[in-house]
Design a protein around this ligand. Structure first.
Ligand code: FE2
Ligand code: FE2
Length: 190
């Protein structure tokens, strides 16, 4: 059976997002001082690298190899956001990318034609996101409160979410060009 290069690209985009998510967590690990957050970040990092491996394995099982992704979600997001300066910025960015990952995986999983092995991976990677989003959000709030920076945090989250929406709209348009539909579309069940 011949491999659809568009699917290799799609899974490579997922893989890239997981790897860049892991990179963001490594940045946090190097900066965060409290030991409880160190434990959570380590667990979280292990999850993200496992997610990257699951997509890598999926591509390998197709008889293909991951392709380099130079214009993926996080790269585009980074271009819009610039370099996050503070710890609050880094945590806020993590919240936005985690929420996006969860949303996208759920959208993909609700399509009626997903192969069972892909569906299994989608469920596997989504099930960790609830915990990821929960603890990162709490930590973000705690940090912002400690610095009296709640308003700034809300503004930063708002700005990041706006850029996220723009980036995702572009990626969805690109996906429609390649496939004739987007995996984020609500499936037509009739
Ligand atoms: Fe992940
Ligand atoms: Fe995650």
């Amino acid at each position: 059976m011949s491999v659809d290069p568009r699917m290799v690209h799609l899974y490579s985009y997922y893989r890239d997002a997981e790897l860049r998510g892991a990179t963001l967590l490594l940045k946090l690990i190097m900066r965060v001082e409290d030991s409880e957050a160190q434990v959570k970040l380590s667990r979280h990092l292990a999850d993200e690298t496992r997610h990257a491996w699951l997509w890598t394995k999926k591509i390998a099982d197709m008889g293909a190899a991951p392709v380099r992704v130079l214009d993926g979600y996080q790269t585009r997001l980074g271009q819009g956001i610039g370099i996050p300066k503070t710890l609050v910025d880094l945590f806020a960015l993590t919240v936005v990318v985690e929420e996006r990952a969860q949303r996208r995986y759920l959208e993909h999983a609700r399509r009626p034609d997903v192969e069972p092995d892909t569906l299994e991976i989608l469920h596997e990677v989504t099930k960790d996101e609830k915990w990821h989003i929960g603890w990162i959000k709490n930590k973000l709030k705690e940090l912002a409160a400690a610095n009296g920076g709640e308003e700034k945090m809300v503004a930063t989250l708002g700005r990041y979410r706006e850029i996220d929406q723009r980036v995702v709209a572009d990626l969805i348009a690109k996906e429609r060009e390649a496939f004739g539909f987007s995996f984020s579309d609500v499936p037509d069940l009739n």
